[in-house]
Ligand binder design. Sequence first.
Ligand code: IDP
Ligand code: MG
Length: 142
Amino acid sequence: MIERTLALIKPDAVARGLVGELLAQMQGSGLRLAALKMIRLSKAQAETFYAVHRDRPFFESLTRYMSSGPIVCAILEGEDAIRRYRDLMGATNPKEAAEGTLRRRYGVSLEANAVHGSDAPETAVFEISFLFSGLESGGERL
Ligand code: IDP
Ligand code: MG
């Protein structure tokens, strides 16, 4: 099934000049880049994006970090895109991520793990609609 997933390049990776390299690897994996932009989230917007984690001990630090600088937002599209992009990213903790994955290669800590990817179809729909307007995301055409 053709799916769409939300990919983010997190503030630490943008700050380290890794945008081009990370986008090339996303596209090199065979996923189609369907939309792309750079934004900076407010603290409140980061809290909405990560609302599912609001009761976790790392929520305050995570949302401060995610609003600390610009991020790159992309919609990736393709067969089984959600799982394929999660596989490309690797485990949440870069230390535990498999060799060759984005987080293993570019993550610096459990929090600053370079990239985000939706974890399920419902999450992808929420995250894409939160970050992209219908005009930007191509709406029904995709
Ligand atoms: P995921 O990004 O692999 O889906 P989640 O459990 O959804 O992982 O956590 C969201 C983000 O919160 C992670 O990518 C990471 O940046 C941060 N995070 C997760 N667990 C911890 C933790 O135990 N300490 C600090 N930050 C964490
Ligand atoms: Mg998650």
